[in-house]
Design a protein around this ligand. Structure first.
Ligand code: NAD
Length: 382
């Protein structure tokens, strides 16, 4: 079997597998072909891949000769046409946000897996790229905030006077939010946290955060742990409560998201107008619209002397460890259907193989993607 690793688009710093992961595949007698320059930004040079036993080739040669293609971002339809028949493509393609592309993929006869569609079960944890990357994003959000805030994070009592600790508000206590709490607490900040899932209260408190409760949230227990859309009434109540904390905050870290939907607007223009001058918002939900009324994805804007940084790809700012963890997630996923001897055995009775598969045998097979196609009236290909 031949596994091909592609160089990612210009905006991406990470790579699907590093040389240290290639060594493990070689032990299974798997041939690995790497597009030249794939790992440069993640500090995996072509020489490192060669030493690990990979071949270094031009992109076209990787595309046309591999049985499995690894790329974090989707390749173009033109490149899909160049692949061998029935190639497996594996990445993090965010199919719920690009439903029209998914529909196109059905015409090429390849099998497409997207790791962000894996069910969030205990067995899936070792291959959960959303978690490994969100953990980095939560950490980096706090480090960036600490570096940019015109104030200290910890409390200080000095001969020149006392400094109060910074007040951090974290919206959403999923993987990124929990890591942000832990990192901000390590730096000595006071941390308050909102989430619609009351079940995270204990985790928040065990990390040293204060959980701010708003009663009446929609039940998310059947949504696989994800957030769900809330009623207008609840959102209004929540915004009022958030406003009370936000006006005193030095930093707000936004992580509240609902898969396949626009992120909830929790920091309204009215709240922004009342925030402290010099305060900072880091919005990790920017790519799905952001948790503030003014967030612009991939941009920093200043509104009412509040800086709003819209960045949903913070893990790419730490490409070495981000790729190391992503690559380990990928190896664990490959192990579901590649034997120790390097033989392919796709078993769609396995809930993880089935759950991560988006397109197979010219059909959309993922239930969540199918539902979205139906709601977007794009159903003729399923
Ligand atoms: P996410 O990025 O989709 O959302 C982040 C957080 O935002 C969630 O906690 C969500 O409840 C919250 N949120 C949504 N709407 C909100 C609102 N209006 N106000 C405030 N908060 C709001 O979530 P994630 O970090 O990917 O994790 C989702 C869930 O999956 C979590 O429960 C996590 O513990 C669970 N999980 C399970 C596994 C596993 O078992 N394999 C792995 C990782 C995460």
């Amino acid at each position: 079997m031949i596994i091909g690793i592609l160089k990612e688009p210009f905006f991406e710093t990470r790579v699907s597998l590093l040389p240290e992961h290639v060594v493990l595949l070689k032990k299974q007698n798997i041939q690995v072909k790497v597009q030249s320059g794939s790992g440069t930004n993640a500090f995996g040079s072509d020489e490192n891949y060669l030493s690990a036993g990979a071949e270094i080739l031009k992109r076209e040669d990787v595309l046309t000769t591999s049985d499995v293609i690894l790329s974090m971002h989707p390749i173009s339809d033109e490149e899909m046409k160049m692949l061998k028949a029935r190639t497996l493509l594996i990445g993090t393609y965010n199919p719920l946000s690009q439903i029209k592309s998914v529909k196109n993929w059905t015409q090429f006869g390849h099998t497409v897996f997207s790791l962000d569609m894996l069910p969030r079960t205990t067995r899936a944890q070792s291959m959960d790229v959303l978690s490994s990357q969100a953990n980095i994003a939560g950490y980096r959000a706090v480090i960036m905030a600490a570096a940019q805030l015109p104030k200290y994070f910890p409390m200080f009592m000095t001969a020149a006077g006392s400094i109060a600790p910074a007040k951090i508000l974290i919206l959403g206590a999923g993987v990124a939010g929990l890591q942000a709490i832990a990192t901000a607490r390590r730096l000595g900040a006071v941390v308050e946290v909102f989430d619609t899932r009351p079940s995270v209260k204990e985790e928040v408190m065990s990390l040293g955060g204060k959980f701010v409760e708003v009663e009446g949230a929609a039940d998310a227990s059947l949504a696989g742990g994800y957030g769900v859309v809330q009623t207008e009434d609840y959102l209004k109540k929540q915004q009022q409560r958030i406003a009370e904390v936000a006006v005193k905050a030095d930093v707000i870290i936004c992580t509240a998201q609902i898969p396949g939907k626009r992120a909830p607007v929790l920091i309204t223009e009215e709240i922004l107008n009342k925030m402290k001058a010099g305060s900072l918002i880091i919005d990790l939900a920017a790519s799905t619209g952001g948790n503030t009324a003014k967030t612009v994805d991939k941009e920093t804007i200043v509104y009412n002397q509040v800086s709003i940084i819209g960045d949903s790809n913070l893990s790419a700012g730490m490409p070495a460890d981000a790729s190391k963890l992503y690559g380990k997630n990928m190896l664990n996923f490959l192990a579901l259907f590649i034997s120790k001897e390097g033989e392919l055995n796709l078993n769609f009775d396995d809930d993880l193989v089935k759950g991560a598969c988006v397109v197979h045998e010219a059909e959309v097979v993922n239930e969540r993607v199918k539902e979205m196609l139906i709601s977007d009236n794009l159903t003729d290909s399923i």
